[in-house]
Write a protein that binds this ligand. Structure first.
Ligand code: ASP
Length: 331
């Protein structure tokens, strides 16, 4: 990763002294495996994302560092993963449904509780940007399937084949047995959810995925559902999810976590309570993964998951850190 300069402190950012108050935090790049007890972040601006998506968080931080708003930061941040064909769970290169179609889901939410989403959309590599257009240019919140795709073309998005040779080959291999077992899977479940707080203290979030690999055609999970895969309340904080979407929808997980923070829980406590709610509903049958991350208005962060293996990236003036999440089931 390139060496970058970072804001010395958030008050400098608030005062607009971005270009003059900098430290070289590239020195801290080896702090990737740190004690989760020390991960609470207390300064803004900040970005946090599900999984170790360092290129995405670096992009979002670049936007924040230059004084950009949280909404632009999260959109541009997750676009990095949507464009990465090596990432087979988001955007172009995502694994297809059982018919071989790559269908994408995404949603975005801003500081004023405006939101937009696209569901089960094909042939467009940046669903997050289409979701933003839904939010900004229509009176609606969600567009699905062919309607979303048509809307995207009207807004100037280009048609692209999203099925890469690698994903196609794997799908053809899968078809030999067609075994549909959406159970524990770190690899098959890595939606990118991203939350950011900008220099004004405003919060925005984005969530984007190709969903569960080899899903039944038309299946949509939690990721484009406001309140489930993502929720922002600018007075309180934000939360976003990764993992088996059906379980997140059942508890309206991200909304729940934000409400728990409103009641006084820290982001860490709220994420743990959100995961525990899902655990209770499943009465001990925990053969799947769920991970939540959250940030509150102060810039404190948290993350929690069921299975070991989930991590999240944060980027603020203190550095660019990958934090292995605490998990209900221990490694
Ligand atoms: N949450 C996504 C879904 O259920 C899957 C994932 O996190 O990869 O569609």
């Amino acid at each position: 990763m390139k060496r970058r300069n970072f804001l010395k402190n958030s008050s400098a950012a608030a005062a607009g002294l971005i270009s003059t108050s900098v430290i070289a935090a590239g020195d801290k790049k080896n702090r990737s495996e740190i004690d989760t007890a020390k991960t609470t972040q207390t300064t803004t601006p900040i970005v946090i994302a599900t999984w170790d998506v360092s290129n995405a968080t670096a992009k979002a931080w670049e936007v924040l560092r230059k004084g950009g708003v949280a909404l632009d930061a999260v959109e541009q941040g997750v676009m990095v993963e949507e464009a990465d064909v090596e990432n087979q769970t988001v955007g172009k290169g995502g694994r297809p449904d059982r018919e071989g179609r790559v269908t994408l889901d995404a949603c975005i939410m801003d500081k004023d509780s405006n939101c937009g989403a696209v569901l089960c959309m094909q042939n467009i590599s940046h669903p997050i940007s289409v979701a933003r257009k839904v939010m900004e240019d229509t009176p609606h919140v969600m567009l699905a399937g062919l309607g979303a795709e048509q809307f995207a073309y009207e807004k100037g998005f280009k048609k692209e084949d999203l099925l890469t040779e690698k994903s196609k080959k794997e799908w053809l291999e899968w078809k030999k047995t067609s075994k549909y077992q959406p159970v524990i899977n770190i690899e098959n479940h890595d939606t990118i959810g991203m939350l950011a707080i900008d220099k004004n203290g405003d919060i925005a979030g984005a969530c984007t995925t190709s969903g569960m690999a080899y899903k039944i055609s038309g299946r949509v999970g939690d990721s484009p559902i406001i309140g489930a895969g993502l929720f922002i309340d600018n007075q309180v904080g934000g939360a976003t999810a990764t993992g088996v979407g059906e379980e997140v929808v059942r508890t309206v997980g991200s909304f729940l976590i934000v409400e728990l923070m409103r009641q006084g829980k820290t982001p860490q406590q709220a994420c743990e309570e959100g995961v525990n709610r899902i655990i209770e509903k499943n009465r001990g049958k925990l053969n799947f993964q769920i991970g939540f991350i959250a940030v509150n208005k102060k810039g404190e962060t948290g993350g929690y998951c069921i299975q070991p293996g989930f991590s999240y990236r944060t980027y603020n003036k203190d550095g660019h850190i990958n934090t292995p999440s605490k998990s209900h089931i221990k490694a």
